[in-house]
Design a binder for this molecule. Structure first.
Ligand code: HMG
Ligand code: MG
Length: 283
């Protein structure tokens, strides 16, 4: 397998902690991110500016963002669902935001209370503002393989939504196997369809490890040209609207072991990851 540098996006402080029943304090969230900073990630998702009624775990993201010690070698981003979230991000000097929609109508309704089309109506003013203010925008497509409510999703549908995000001006599109139902075969089929509509260099793979197949699915994505991989320290969390099967992002330490096993280039620091992992396990 010959590939360029594999870039890792650490989503634990957001996609991990948003699903924790035992809510982490602001201080704990700051400590975790400060331990993740020396790990060599391309980006750390710090939290989200979403409704604290919908996702109380992500309340006070502004305070977390302001308090962490940032490195020039890493991007620090937050998730935003709408213009209100974008305004909050701007007020607190966040330069990198992520917008999110799904390839499933049923999932979108549960997750952001709107249809796919309505989600794009929300995104248009966000993208105008982001362009004016020189913000980088990542786009997420959930249910890129299967939806917990409506079953398997056609790769063409994922490609259509991903292309719309791309045309809106997203710098990168992350394809989410939200409930971990993917196999190497379905992951390959999905990636190969999406990359006919969005350059593969701008695609990321976001796997949940519900059935223990995340690493095999990541391998399939990398073999098909993807080199941006999302992961979460210790495999924290899932999605609160993904149903019971959404728990467990792929663990960062498993991704690191895989990259080393395959002799793939990366910038991760094993000692720093070990320290951050221990912090989560000791909590
Ligand atoms: P809604 O209730 O339809 O919206 O929620 P609304 O506009 O009527 O607002 C309701 C209340 O929320 C209002 O407050 C707003 O001000 C407030 P009130 O007037 O009642 O006091 N509000 C906000 N507060 C803070 N920040 C905001 C914001 N917006 C409105 N940005 C909404 C619609 C989108 C807000 C809601 O559904 C929501 O916040 N959803 C977020 C759900 C979420 O965070 N899900 C997890 C992330 S997605 C994911 O994990 C998948 C991913 O990892 C990839 C994968 O694995 O597939 C990305
Ligand atoms: Mg996720």
């Amino acid at each position: 397998m010959s590939t360029p540098l594999i870039k890792i996006i650490e989503v634990g402080p957001r996609d991990g902690l948003q699903n924790e029943k035992n809510i982490w304090t602001v201080e704990e969230r700051i400590q975790l991110i400060n331990l993740l900073t020396p790990c060599g990630f391309e980006e750390i998702e710090v939290g989200s500016f979403v409704s604290p009624i919908w996702v109380p775990q992500m309340a006070n993201t502004a305070l977390v963002f302001q308090s962490i010690i940032k490195s020039d070698h890493c991007r620090y981003s937050t998730l935003v669902p709408n213009q209100k979230g974008t305004e909050l991000a701007l007020t607190h000097n966040v330069r990198n935001i992520s917008i999110f929609t799904a390839a499933s109508e049923a999932f979108n309704k549960k997750n952001i209370n709107c249809t796919i089309e309505e989600s794009f109506e929300r995104f248009k003013p966000i993208m105008v503002e982001a362009k004016q203010k020189n913000m980088r925008v990542r786009g997420y497509v959930s249910c890129a393989i299967e939806c917990p409510y409506s079953g398997p999703i056609l790769p063409e549908k994922v490609a259509e939504v991903a292309e719309q995000l791309w045309q809106l001006g997203c710098a990168e599109i992350s394809l989410g196997d939200t409930i971990g139902k993917g196999t190497p075969e379905t992951t390959r089929a999905m990636i190969n369809t999406v990359k006919t509509r969005v350059p593969v260099d701008n695609l990321a793979i976001h796997c949940h490890d519900t059935y223990g197949r995340a690493i095999d699915n990541i391998e399939a994505a990398i073999e098909n040209g993807v080199f941006i991989v999302d992961s979460a320290i210790t495999g924290l969390g899932g999605c609160p609207y993904g149903g019971d099967n959404a728990k467990g992002n792929v663990a960062t330490e498993l991704v690191l072991a895989f990259l080393n096993r395959k002799n793939l280039y990366h910038t991760l620091n094993a000692d720093a990851i070990k320290t951050a992992r221990q912090f989560v396990l000791n909590r």
